[in-house]
Structure formats: C-alpha cells, structure tokens
Design a binder for this molecule. Structure first.
Ligand SMILES: [Zn+2]
Length: 199
C-alpha cells in the first residue's frame, strides 16, 4: 500500500490508496504510535528532551534504509515560525539531521499556524490546511518529507501538493510513528500483526 497503513491480510484496505487520492507517492513509518511512543515524542516536543532525537533519529534512519526510499534531499515538516520560537526547536528538523542525507530547512515554510486537526473530517482538514505551506525556490527530483508522527496523512498530502507545484517529481514520506486506523487499534492481534507490516 502506498501510504503504509498497516493492513494485515487485507491488501489495499486504505480507501485513499484505492482511489489513488494521496498526493505523496510513498509513505512509511518506523513504528506504530503506541502509548509509550506517544509519551516519548511528547517529552521530545514539550519537555525539551532534545536528546531523544538521537535514538528516534536512528530508528528513523534504519527505516529509511530498509524501505525503498529513493529521495536524496530531506525536508523536515516545518513548524509555524511563532511556534518554533516558542518551542525553541523543530523536532522534525532534529530528527532529519540524524539521517545522513542533505537536509533543506528553508525550502518549505509554514504560512498558517493551523488549528489542531483532531476531530475534523477529511474535507475540513483539507480546508484547514489549504495554502498552509509555501516553498522558497525550486524543488527538483525526489524528496523525503520527515516528521515525528503520521496521523491521517492530510498534512503530508498538502505538503506533497505544495512541493509538486514547486517542481518535485516524487514525494516520499518518512515518520517515526504511525497512528493506525481505528479498526486496527480495536483489535490488538491485528495491531501486532500490523507492526511487522509497517516496520
Ligand atoms: Zn493510504
């Protein structure tokens, strides 16, 4: 499956992949977003535990090397400048610099300080994110967009659309954690099986 949605035994279960509605070309995550991982990432983002970027970045690198990623330019998902000032760093950028490939930190910018996407429908999310990002300069070839968590894919789709308008041919997505579709979270066995699929 294009987006890497963990779907044990049922190929092509993600509706967006079936309808070919993802704007990005390929997405994989190193780990499923478990409660423990959520705490670890929360510490990284909100408790200034920037040292956590090292082990998480290493896990991310391992995933990048194992999966068929072909991009050679890494683009961390940008925070809105005001949020980055507040936090003092961008966690996606910290993770990106661990990957051993060139990182472009100024190519993509977040123009809108978007509201939380939680509880929004797919269309509402799309509206919320419309024109949220802009590029500075031309983008070439294949790029890898990096973030801590992949939730619904809406943000990544919007970023991919933005990068492709600026010239990117292929947009690959790499995140530490993947929030699995609810139907897997309800089924512990499937969730465990899903780990081996996404990893
Ligand atoms: Zn999908």
């Amino acid at each position: 499956m294009k987006c890497g949605e963990p779907a044990p035994a049922i190929e092509g279960l993600c509706g967006l992949c079936i309808k070919d509605e993802h704007a990005f070309d390929f997405a994989r995550s190193a780990l499923l977003f478990t409660r423990t991982l959520r705490e670890i990432i929360h510490h990284l983002k909100y408790s200034d535990r920037v040292s956590l970027a090292k082990p998480l970045g290493d896990i991310l690198k391992e995933c990048m090397e194992r999966e068929p990623f072909t991009g050679n330019l890494i683009i961390p998902v940008p925070l809105h400048p005001s949020r980055e000032r507040e936090r003092g760093f961008n966690q996606a950028e910290l993770l990106a610099t661990r990957l051993g490939r060139p990182v472009a930190t100024r190519l993509l910018r977040r123009r809108k300080n978007t509201q939380s996407q939680t509880g929004l429908s797919r269309n509402q999310r799309k509206r919320n994110l419309a024109a949220a990002f802009e590029t500075r300069g031309e983008v070439k070839g294949t790029v890898i967009v990096v973030d801590d968590v992949y939730t619904t894919g809406s943000t990544m789709d919007e970023i991919a659309r933005t990068l492709k308008r600026a010239g990117a041919e292929r947009v690959e997505v790499l995140t530490v954690a993947r929030v699995a579709n609810d139907i897997y979270r309800l089924d512990a066995t499937a969730a465990v099986a899903g780990v081996s699929r996404t990893q």
